[in-house]
Ligand binder design. Structure first.
Ligand SMILES: Nc1nc2c(ncn2[C@@H]2O[C@H](COP(=O)(O)OP(=O)(O)OP(=O)(O)O)[C@@H](O)[C@H]2O)c(=O)[nH]1
Ligand SMILES: [Mg+2]
Ligand SMILES: [Zn+2]
Length: 278
């Protein structure tokens, strides 16, 4: 039989196959190879084979992530450089990103316009309010294996809370519930939704959002689809778009490229350059 690993507890894996749940041990071989939440596996009495992965995240340990919901809100103020790093991370790992604006009950037009101007050409924007339970557009987009990422206090736990429609008013008590004790804090569980699975990644680590090691800074601008047209007008193919006769800089001046996106590009470029110098 073939199924998907939903969770792991000690040496026992919870597997879903055709709507049924099984608790299965690994074989010696698959245990040595490593089995992770999100893996597609073949099993009978034990897990006999782990099928090839499309990607693998280390923190949280999760295989085969299809969609990442990058959550921002008017308060706390968004860290757009982090948003852009997550977008690049998604491209690198073959993950479809979504930009989720939470707290739309308190959002103003200026805030929305700024985000739409910079991002609507490169990523699907979803507007929700966990507080008002207006989350259907997010729910409909939970397909394959999906997870959320975002700064502290943007409302990730509140969104999960609203999705599960649990009568928990205190978000802190929910995060405790999700963590389920010390031993499992670093583990992930997949929850079956209408069209896919949502990873309860209360601990999606943004501190590890370093792109260094995965990306050569010379290649950085190729991860900016919004720079593509302007890049063709750079004098040199090796242009890093920092100065000189540069199509991207001209694009920013003419308003074809978002200033916010360009500033973040320069910031990430600098970080990548510095990470090469030990
Ligand atoms: N106005 C408004 N407030 C919200 C909304 N969603 C969450 N909040 C509030 O934002 C605060 C932070 O929400 P959490 O759900 O704890 O945020 P989090 O992203 O899980 O934060 P961490 O667990 O620290 O990463 C809480 O006070 C929530 O009540 C919303 O849609 N509108
Ligand atoms: Mg939380
Ligand atoms: Zn250039």
């Amino acid at each position: 039989m073939q199924g998907i690993v939903l969770s792991k507890n000690a040496n026992l894996y919870t597997i879903e196959s055709k709507g049924k749940i099984y608790k299965i041990n690994p074989s010696g071989k698959t245990k040595r190879q490593g089995i992770y939440v999100g893996d597609n596996v073949e099993f009978e009495d034990s897990i006999t084979k782990v099928l090839p992965r499309k990607n693998f995240l280390i923190r949280p340990p999760l295989a085969n992530l299809d969609r990442l919901f990058i959550v921002i809100s008017p308060s706390p103020k968004p860290d757009f450089k982090l948003v852009d790093k997550l977008l690049i991370y998604c491209t690198l790992n073959n993950i479809t990103p979504f930009l989720v604006i939470n707290k739309c009950d308190i959002v103003n037009n200026e805030f929305l316009e700024k985000i739409e101007n910079s991002y609507q050409s490169i990523v699907k924007i979803i507007k929700i309010s966990a507080k008002n339970h207006k989350i259907s557009e997010l729910e409909e987009n939970i397909k394959g294996i999906s997870a959320m990422a975002g700064q502290s206090a943007v409302g990730k736990s509140s969104i999960i809370n609203a999705i599960f429609k649990e009568e928990i008013t205190n978000t802190d008590s929910l995060s405790k519930k999700i963590e389920r004790g010390k031993q499992t804090t670093r583990l992930v569980t997949l929850y079956k939704m209408k069209y896919g699975y949502l990873a309860d990644t209360a601990g999606f680590s943004l501190l590890d959002m370093s792109l260094a090691g995965n990306l050569d800074y010379h290649e950085l601008s190729s991860y900016y689809p919004d720079f593509l047209e302007a890049r063709a007008k750079c004098k040199f193919r090796s242009c890093l778009h920092e100065s000189g006769d540069c199509g991207v800089i001209n694009g920013v001046k003419e308003g074809a490229i978002s200033n916010l996106r360009y500033e973040n590009y320069l910031g990430i470029l600098e970080e990548l350059k510095n990470s090469k110098r030990f």
